[in-house]
Design a protein around this ligand. Structure first.
Ligand code: SF4
Length: 205
């Protein structure tokens, strides 16, 4: 990532009250999260391939932090409880499906718990994203989440919507649909509540 692009991204997100930091590696982000998040707090975790690679839930739990990560639930009842508890955690840590250089954060979401916590509830939100998800414009970011993120997430989660075969979104209305929510975060009311960590690696989808 060149310095001019970084400055453009920082400026555009800052104008929307979102704080941006750049990191070289996932390991650097892990260390920063451990530094920032107090041990004696609650943390909600958004389902994310990138965060899974970090094992951030395991690391925070080892410190005694109260972690709500639905992917660690042992049954459906616990999954629902974790998702609801995440909405009121002190911190929320999540990946995202795309950002635009203009300053948007764009996500597709199945049931909506992840985007709900990003928008309101936790006082601090950390969004982790690899450089492969940086798009030039909002339109490009929306195209990305529909045509790249949705099918790949569907495959990961064991769903079979038509975009898997078509290789692009066909605006389905099937029971296999994985993108009931398409959410564009335009900015934050609470300044610096949201911290965007951009990593100089290709991560997730
Ligand atoms: S609407 Fe259907 S086809 Fe389009 S991305 Fe979502 S799941 Fe895939």
């Amino acid at each position: 990532m060149d310095e001019i692009m970084k400055l453009e991204i920082i400026k555009n997100f800052k104008s929307r009250n979102i704080n941006v930091a750049f990191f070289e590696t996932l390991e650097d982000v892990k260390n920063r999260i451990i530094e920032m998040v107090p041990a004696d707090c609650s943390v909600g975790i958004g389902n994310s391939k990138t965060l899974k690679e970090l094992d951030i839930s395991g690391i925070l739990r080892t410190r005694g932090t109260n972690v709500f990560d639905k992917t660690l639930a042992e049954n459906q009842e616990e999954t629902i409880r974790m998702k609801k508890k995440s909405l009121l955690a002190d911190w929320y840590i999540t990946g995202t499906n795309a950002i635009s250089k203009e300053g948007h954060i764009v996500n597709i979401d199945h049931s909506g718990n992840r985007v709900a916590a990003m928008i309101y509830g936790p006082d601090n939100v950390i969004v982790v994203v690899g450089k492969n998800k940086i798009c030039d414009t909002l339109d490009d970011a929306v195209q990305r989440v529909r045509n790249v993120s949705a099918p790949m997430n569907a495959r990961r989660a064991g769903y079979n919507p038509p975009c898997l075969k078509a290789g692009k979104c066909v605006d389905c209305k099937t029971d296999e649909r994985v993108c009931f929510n398409l959410v564009i975060i335009e900015g934050q009311f609470a300044k610096d509540r949201m911290k965007l960590f951009i990593i100089n690696e290709e991560l997730g989808f």
